[in-house]
Design a protein. Structure first.
Length: 136
C-alpha cells in the first residue's frame, strides 16, 4: 500500500465528523478564506490589476476546506516578446526573478492571519459540537 502522507487518514477523520457540525463550520471557513483573500489583494502590487483580480476563494478538495488562489489565466504572460513559453507572474511577484525583486503578498498575508484563522475555526467547531452534542 502506498503512503499517501496521511491524507487518507485525514479524509477518514473529516468524514467522521457529524454532518450538523460540518455544516455549522462552513460560515467560519468562508469568512476566514475571504478575509485572507482580501488581505492578499491589499498587499498585492497594483500594476495592471490582473493579479488582484485573480485572487479569490475556491472550494477545496473536501467539504471542510477552502482554497485561496492567485494567478492563473489572467496573470499568464509570455517569457519574452514572441516566445511560445509562458509564466505566471503571480509567482514572479511573490518570489521575485533575477530581473526583479520579490513583492510578496501571498505568504505574508497567510502568516499574518494563520493563528487568528486557527482560533476562529477551533471556536466554530467547539460551538458546533456543543450545540449538536448527543443529537442523532
Amino acid at each position: 500500500m502506498a503512503d499517501d502522507g496521511g491524507i487518507g487518514r485525514l479524509m477518514k477523520r473529516l468524514n467522521a465528523i457529524p454532518a450538523e457540525v460540518r455544516k455549522a463550520v462552513h460560515p467560519a471557513l468562508d469568512k476566514n478564506a475571504n478575509e485572507l483573500a482580501n488581505l492578499m489583494k491589499r498587499l498585492a502590487p497594483e500594476d495592471d490589476g490582473d493579479l488582484i483580480e485573480s485572487i479569490g476563494v475556491e472550494q477545496g478538495r473536501h467539504e471542510l476546506s477552502r482554497a485561496v488562489v492567485a494567478g492563473g489565466e489572467k496573470t499568464t504572460r509570455p517569457v519574452r516578446e514572441g516566445a511560445d513559453a509562458t509564466y505566471d507572474y503571480a509567482f514572479a511577484q511573490e518570489l521575485g526573478t533575477r530581473h526583479m525583486p520579490a513583492n510578496p503578498y501571498f505568504y505574508p498575508a497567510k502568516r499574518l492571519l494563520n493563528k487568528k484563522i486557527k482560533r476562529s475555526l477551533k471556536s466554530a467547531v467547539s460551538r458546533a459540537v456543543k450545540k449538536n452534542w448527543g443529537k442523532p
